[in-house]
Design a protein around this ligand. Sequence first.
Ligand code: SF4
Length: 363
Amino acid sequence: MSLVKQRKTTRRITVGDVPVGGGSPIAVQSMTNTFTRDVDATVAQIKRLAQAGCEIVRVAVPDMESASAIGEIVPRITIPLIADIHFDYKLALASARAGAQGLRINPGNIGDGHKIKAVADCAKSLGISIRVGVNSGSLERSIVEKMGSGAPAMVESALANIRILRDMDFHDIKVSLKASDVPRTVEAYRLISERTDTPLHVGVTEAGGLFPGITKSALGIGMILAEGIGDTIRVSLTRDPAEEVRVAWEILRSLGLRSRGPEIISCPTCGRCRIDLFDVAHRVEEALLNCPASIKVAIMGCAVNGPGEAREADIGIAGGDGNAVLFKNGRVVRKIDQENMVRELLEEIEQILGDPFLNCDPA
Ligand code: SF4
C-alpha cells in the first residue's frame, strides 16, 4: 500500500525544459549561495548542484550587476535558472531579459499592481514562468493588519497575487507559502491546495543547519507530499546547497515518489560489530555521492540482520570478526578482509553498474 495519497491535479507549467505540475515528476530545486555577479563561482556551483541531481536552480539577484551576470551564466549551465527578486521589480525585468527561465517574486515586498503587471507582461512576452513566493515573515502589511501572519494570511496573500496575475492573463505561475515552522507550513499548503490548481513549490524556509534543517524539511515536505500536495521541492539548509539536493532526493525516495542514485542501508552498529563499519559506510557513501545509477547497497555489522539485508540488496556485506561476507544478487560471493573491504565492495559495485562512477579513491 502506498504511503502517499493520490496527487492533486494542478496546472502544468514549465521552467525552461522542466515541467512542473500536472502530474509531472516532482522537480528538485536548490539555490546557489555564491555572489551571482561572480559568474565563474556561480557556474561552478550550479554544475556541482546539477551533478548532485538539482533540476532547477535559483540565484539571488540583489543588484543590476547580478541580473546582467545571468546572461553569462545561463549559456554555461544545463539546468534552468530562476532569478530570485525582492524589493525591486526592475531587477526582475533585467533578469528575464538576460535569459532567466523563471522569476521568483515576493509579493509582500515587490510593490503595487503596476509593478507586478510590468513583470507579468515581460515574462509573458519571453515565455517564462513566475513563482509567487509568499513568506510568513514578509507578508503585505494590509494582510498582516487584518489577519496576522498565520497560515490563512499566507494563503490569502498567495491567492490575491495569483488573482492579480491571472487577471492580467498570465497563467504560468507556481506558488510557495513558506514558514520556518512545520505546523504553519503544512497548514498553509493544505489550505491552498483546496483553493487553487496552481502548481505548488514546497519547502520549509530558514529550516536551519544540518540536524534541524533535515528534520524540519523531511517532516514538513514529507507530510505535504504524503497528502498528494506539491509539484516541486526545495530543502533549505544552512549548509552547502548540494546537501539540500541530496536530502530532497532522500525525501522523495523515502516516500516512493522518485529515486535517484544508490540506496545505502547500513546498521547503527552495536556491541556485536567487529569491523569498522562507520569507516566502511562513510567511504562507500562518499564514493557513490554523485552516482546517478540506482543500486541498493547494504552495509551491515554482523550476522544478526546482516545476511537478510545483504541478500535483499543488489550488493551487501555482513560483518564478521575483522572480515565480512560479501553478497551479490542475493548470493554469498566470498569473504573479504577489513583492510580490502571498501575497495573490493566498490569494485563489485562498479562491475554491476558497468560505468566508472567513483568520485574518490577507494584505496
Ligand atoms: S546488524 Fe548486528 S552489528 Fe548491526 S546493529 Fe544489528 S546486531 Fe548490531
